[in-house]
Every structure is written in C-alpha cells, then in structure tokens.
Ligand binder design. Structure first.
Ligand code: NAD
Length: 294
C-alpha cells in the first residue's frame, strides 16, 4: 500500500480520497476548505496543514483542483511550489480537467526535476467518484501509466491510456463537449414533451428504449422528480457545476480553434451554458440547463 498526498477534496476529490483510504492506502489530505478537510478525515484520511505537508514522504501525489491555473500555481509557481519539495521519482497525478497545453507544460517542468507527472482527468461524475467507478483518461508515457494504474484502480473501473502528455485532457474535452450537447438536447426534448402535456417520466422511459437513449436519460435526468439521487431532485445542488461545464466547453473551443476543427454543436452548447450562467446559475448542477428552456 502507498502513501498518497491528496490535494483538492471537493465534490470529486473528497470521495476519491475516501476510496483510496478505504482500499488501505495512507492518504495525507489537504484542501483550502476546512469543511472539505474535515469530511476527508471522517472518511479515514489524515488532515495535513498545507499541500507541501500533504506531499511530504508521499510515493504519489494526486491533485483534484478546479482549473489549469490552480494546478500550475500549486505545482510550479507558488512561493513554495510542490515540484521544489518532492523528491525525484515521485509520481504526480493530476485528475483535474485542465487545458492540454498546461498539462504538457507542467509535465515538461516535472521532467526537468526527475518527477513523473501525468494528466488523468476523470469521467463519471460525483456518483462515480463515490462508487469508485470513475473512468480515468491518462496522458503520459507507458511506464508512468503502468505505475499509476494500480492507484487509479482504487477509484475507478475503466483506466485508459489516451496517449502522451496532454492526450488525456484532449480526450476529456471531446467527451465533455459531447456531454454538454447531449444534455442540452435532452433538456430541449423533455421540455417540448412537458409543454405538450407529456409526463416527463413516461417520455424519459420511451426515449430510453428508443433511438434518443443517452447517458443523461439513463443516469442524470434533468427534470426534478423523475429520478432519485440525481442533482435535479435536490434543487440542482452538488453534482457538476454549470461553471465547470462552461470551463470545459471553453477548453473544447480552444482545441477546436487551435486545430481548425469545426465544432458548431459544441459552440451552440457553450452559448446555452453561458446564457444560463449569466443568469446567476453558475453554482448549480449542469442539468439545471432545463430551467433555461422553461
Ligand atoms: P470543487 O470545486 O467541488 O472542488 C475543488 C476543490 O479544490 C475545493 O474543495 C477547493 O477548496 C480546492 N482547492 C482549490 N485550490 C486549492 C489549493 N490551492 N489547495 C488545496 N485545495 C484547493 O470541484 P469538483 O467538482 O471536485 O471538480 C474538480 C475537478 O474535477 C475540476 O477540474 C472539474 O472540472 C473536474 N470534474 C468534475 C466532475 C463533477 O461531476 N463535479 C466530473 C469530472 C471532472
């Protein structure tokens, strides 16, 4: 079993760290939020007073932070940057969703110090993080992937090697652009059915058994009351925030621009989430997009 420094214990990082502790790893946890840290301690992690403390003596350091600027600052640019504190040979796994360019820059900076850095963004949402069934999408070399896999298996079910550094983030951006498009389409279709007198639960069942079937209908219905244990049924609290989806669509649009790749549907989805966010809904789960239609 390994000693793991875990930094960023939010909606995703909290349950991920808990699963590592449950698997028998020694987890040295840190978050800027005292509340998040307290929850991790309840789940069997050790509370550390800084990110640098969390990384002390760790074989592996995992970060689960909001965006690229947080990751870069913590690892490379902070007054006491983590890359200046961890010994050569340490494996640093960033599970945050960030831009591929930053992931490549951070990997290159790590390599100059003999530190192994891989991007390993996840899919599966808070439910997947709690159940330990996340999908991990790794960018890094084959040796780094092999070293990370047994650790990631304590938190996930499907571990993919997408390619070299940054490839995990590119694959994640493709996936989340697709997710935004299908959630917008699902909200649009359900809203039209409701406005025309259909019961959303019945319409959802019909579409699940028809060609409109998709992940949102299966596990993340956006209409309150249709499914238990989804954000829609708790006033869109928890889950995956509109702000984070909007960030991910920005990452997808950056890739689209840099590679001159047409993404008209992704661009439309980004405009919808932007409008929803601008109406004060950034902190709500992304399935709350249905309110924009209502
Ligand atoms: P969150 O806002 O709930 O958690 C982020 C945590 O990081 C917070 O607790 C915050 O206090 C902490 N933090 C920020 N800066 C820090 C620092 N310098 N040191 C220590 N802690 C710091 O976000 P989340 O929903 O857990 O998402 C985290 C990442 O995972 C994001 O990149 C997001 O895009 C991605 N993601 C989220 C989901 C989801 O369903 N929520 C799914 C897949 C991927």
């Amino acid at each position: 079993m390994a000693t793991i420094g875990f930094i960023g214990l939010g909606n995703m990082g909290g349950p991920m760290a808990a699963n590592l502790a449950k698997a028998g790893h020694s987890v040295q946890a840190f978050d800027l939020s005292a509340e998040a840290l307290a929850k991790a301690v309840e789940a069997g992690c050790q509370s550390m007073s800084s990110a640098v403390d969390a990384a002390q003596g760790a074989d592996v350091v995992i970060t689960m932070l909001p965006a690229g600027k947080h990751v870069k600052s913590l690892l490379m640019n902070a007054d006491v940057a983590l890359f200046d504190c961890v010994p050569e040979g340490t494996l640093v796994i960033d599970c945050s969703t960030i831009d591929a360019q930053t992931a490549r820059e951070v990997a290159a900076a790590a390599a100059t110090k003999g530190i192994h850095f891989i991007d390993a963004p996840v899919s599966g949402g808070v439910g997947g993080a709690q159940a330990g069934t996340l999908t991990f999408i790794v960018g890094g070399d084959a040796q780094q992937y092999a070293a990370a896999k047994p650790i990631l298996e304590a938190m996930g079910k499907n571990i993919f090697h997408a390619g070299d550094h940054g490839a995990g983030q590119v694959a994640k951006a493709c996936n989340n652009m697709m997710l935004a498009i299908l959630m917008a389409g699902t909200c649009e279709a359900l809203n039209m059915g409701i406005k025309n007198g259909l019961d959303p639960a019945v319409l959802s069942d019909i579409m699940k058994q028809s060609s409109g079937n998709n992940w949102a209908l299966q596990v993340y219905n956006p209409v309150p009351g249709v499914m238990e244990n989804v954000p829609a049924s708790r006033d869109y609290q928890g889950g995956f925030q509109v702000d984070l989806m909007f960030k991910d669509l920005g990452l997808a649009m950056d890739i689209s621009q840099q590679s001159a790749c047409a993404t008209p549907m992704g661009s439309a989805a980004r405009a919808l989430f932007n409008l929803h966010k601008s109406q004060g809904n950034g902190h709500l789960d992304f399935s709350s997009l249905i309110r924009l239609y209502q």
